[in-house]
Design a binder for this molecule. Structure first.
Ligand code: ADE
Ligand code: ZN
Length: 321
């Protein structure tokens, strides 16, 4: 069966990380920026490892300069997701890349992105934004990002998150920003346990009080933590293709998604940064079918779990279900 047409819910998609390489190349040409070293001979993104990926990611992002650039990117990302049968998606947006985490500038970028999201809505795909701090930029810059999030919480901006180099600092360094976001009414998620061990996941839950974890896969190394995650109903935004491509997990058959699900954890499936990892939502589903024998009932269940954990309001959930 082809899974392309199955209606899908995606919770973990980095906005800039979803940019097709051709889109970034086009902007680079228009703006006279030499980005040749970030592309391979086939025109895809080229990088050696996770740290290098983050550098290439930021280089690609450097050509996204105006609100209009972000609006066009939004059109391209939604078109790409719609082709994969995605009906609802949440995307990580970084005010750092939209005017340097200045509230007034951020509002202008956001306005342009929201207009594009409304165009997507008319085409049958709902987009919500999760403002995301970047760990390796440090806790002080995260506070500025949290202020941007707190100033724009609403129907579109519903969440606050943390991405970037996981091994820099500890989750508690970002507690101030997460407290600010929570008090503003935002729902919370943070990357943890993609590279860090179970301690990083446990500290993230304790110190940042998140209800979802980006990746979280290394929780599998601590059975009592897995039990805690299941009992607390914390949802994992699992991105298996990303984990295998970046070597966070050795191979698809060693991926812990099945074991986490069997342990009663709320498991969802996303692509992370699809063109960077040569994946799509359909490809993730194909590989889950091939590796673990998942079928239509499994995918429908995973999508129910994702919609339940989504950061939109209940009226939106009822419309999409
Ligand atoms: N930013 C974009 N993709 C990421 C990932 N997989 N982990 C952490 N930060 C990211
Ligand atoms: Zn991610």
């Amino acid at each position: 069966m082809s899974w392309q047409s199955l209606p899908k819910v995606e919770l973990h998609l980095h906005f800039e990380g979803a940019a097709p390489p051709s889109f970034i190349r086009g902007l680079a040409k228009e703006k006279n920026v030499d980005l040749s070293k970030i592309f391979d001979e086939n025109g895809g993104y080229r990088y050696e490892n996770f740290d290098h990926f983050l550098e290439v990611y930021e280089a690609a992002t450097s050509v996204l300069q105006t609100p209009e650039d972000f609006a066009l990117l939004c059109d391209a990302v939604l078109e790409q997701s719609r082709e994969q049968g995605v009906v609802y998606t949440e995307t990580f947006l970084s005010p750092e890349f939209c005017g340097g985490a200045d509230v007034a500038a951020w509002k202008e970028y956001l306005h342009a992105i929201e207009e594009a999201a409304a165009r997507g809505e008319a085409q049958g795909i709902t987009l919500k934004g999760c403002v995301t701090a970047i760990r390796h930029f440090g806790p002080d810059r995260a506070k500025k990002t949290a202020a941007c999030a707190a100033e724009t919480v609403g129907d579109f901006i519903t969440g606050f998150g943390l991405a970037g180099a996981e091994m820099m600092g500890r989750p508690g360094d970002f507690a101030y920003s997460f407290d600010m976001a929570r008090e503003a009414g935002l729902r919370l998620t943070a990357h943890a346990g993609e590279w860090g061990g179970p301690d990083m996941v446990a500290d993230t839950i304790r110190d940042l009080k998140v209800e979802r974890i980006g990746h979280g896969i290394n929780a599998i190394k601590d059975a009592s933590l897995v039990k805690q995650i299941a009992e607390q109903g914390i949802t994992l935004e699992v991105c298996p293709g990303s984990n295998v491509f970046l070597n966070a997990v050795e191979s698809w058959d060693k991926h812990p998604i099945q074991r986490l699900r069997d342990a009663g954890v709320n498991v969802t499936v996303s692509t992370d940064d699809p063109p960077f990892f040569h994946t799509t939502m359909t490809e993730e589903y194909n590989m889950l079918e091939k590796t673990f024998g998942w079928g239509e009932d499994d995918f429908r269940e995973v999508n129910r779990v994702a919609l339940n954990a989504a950061f939109c309001d209940s009226a939106t959930k009822e419309r999409i279900a």
